[in-house]
Design a protein around this ligand. Structure first.
Ligand code: PMP
Length: 361
């Protein structure tokens, strides 16, 4: 089979080395005679694996000691409910910064739990989408927390500067940007991410929570969504997604072996720049997001002549360039280029975009 590059936004491609290792170990993990997925989560072997995965993630992200790392079920949307249940007191208020469709969905879910101040921060200047500087976000003084989504997977808008609202905890949905570039975890109250983009397969959700925010959950919070219950039980209050945890551990090992987050960050910059540079010099493709807010993980682009979309996708697929169709909300194309996408995949995409353009002209 010729090489295939999968540009899916999630579940996304995983590093080839990780898939090969998982294949080798599939039915006999570390000479146990069992697959990891057949082992008890409370067995000594699995507990050791779980600890190692957590320690590697802590090292990769330089997570301070006063933060807990939780391995949960429920995905990003599970956290849309878990965050207010754990942090928004009954009768309290929270701020939700909306920079695209996922932060909008998070705000909508939070409205089920209390008063939500929704701040739309994207505006258009000279035909380009920009995000207002965080100093201009009108945060409520009595806010329990401020929620935002640093990388909007559908819209391709990324906010690189970390906002600072003093004592008001910052909550970030990092589903599509976690581990893609270095961040200072101490600036956040809670970081959460569905695994299926930069961490592993779907079914696992990582929550990184500052310890002083534990123990504030509403009484009615389901136990499996309660951060304190999870933290007190090392994420094993109920059976965790063990196989996804194992695969995430392999991804963390792989990331360490390629030089960690700072090394992958420069590759990610190069990959994204290759596509944006090509789009910008062409009159055939376009992207309407201002340079400083362009996502490095999800690169949307549109053909000037939208009637060519289907043909573009058909030819791309025939060359092994998969899942480039943009999200139905925004249309066009989207290349999701998470950590596992090699530079060669992006180079092949850009070469194809060029050939397609020339073939049409
Ligand atoms: N937040 C972001 C930024 C996402 O990209 C997604 C999924 N693409 C979600 C939340 C929802 O995640 P899930 O499907 O795991 O609930």
């Amino acid at each position: 089979m010729s090489v295939v590059y999968n540009f899916c936004a999630g579940p996304a491609m995983l590093p080839t080395q990780v898939m090969k290792k998982a294949q080798q170990e599939f039915i006999n993990w570390q000479d146990t005679g069992c697959s990891v997925m057949e082992l008890s989560h409370r067995s000594k072997d699995f507990m050791a694996l779980a600890d190692e995965a957590e320690n590697n993630l802590r090292e990769l992200m330089a997570i301070p000691q006063n933060y807990k790392v939780l391995f949960c079920h429920g995905g990003g949307r599970g956290q849309f409910s878990a965050v207010p249940l754990n942090l928004l007191p009954v009768g309290g208020k929270a701020d939700y910064v909306v920079s695209g469709s996922w932060s909008k969905a998070a705000a909508k879910e939070a409205e089920n739990f209390g008063e939500i101040n929704v701040l739309n921060v994207v505006e258009e200047i000279d035909g380009k989408k920009v995000v207002k500087p965080s100093a201009q976000w009108d945060i409520s003084k009595d806010s329990a927390y401020v929620h935002y989504c640093p990388n909007e997977t559908v819209d391709g808008i990324e906010v690189f500067d970390i906002p600072d609202f003093g004592d008001i905890p910052l909550v970030a949905d990092m589903s599509s940007t976690i581990l893609s570039h270095q961040i200072d975890v101490s600036k956040f109250g809670v970081i959460y991410a569905g695994a299926q983009k930069n961490i592993g397969p779907s079914g696992l959700t990582i929550v990184i929570v500052r310890e002083d925010l534990l123990g504030k959950a509403r009484q009615e919070t389901p136990c499996i969504m309660n951060y304190k219950t999870s933290a007190d039980n090392d994420s094993m209050y109920n059976t965790p997604p063990t196989y996804a945890w194992y695969l995430a551990g392999l991804v963390f090992e792989w990331l360490k072996s390629v030089g960690g987050v700072s090394a992958i960050e420069s590759i990610n910059q190069r990959k994204a720049q290759l596509i944006y540079d090509y789009v910008d010099q062409s009159s055939f493709y376009k992207n309407s997001i201002a340079n400083e807010f362009r996502s490095r993980m999800n690169v949307p682009f549109w053909l000037e002549d939208e009637s060519l979309n289907d043909e573009f996708l058909r030819q791309a697929e025939s060359q092994g360039l998969l899942a480039l169709k943009g999200h139905r909300i925004v249309g066009g194309m989207r290349a999701s280029i998470y950590n596992a996408m090699p530079l060669a995949g992006v180079e092949k995409l850009v070469a194809f975009m060029k050939d397609f353009e020339q073939g049409i002209k």
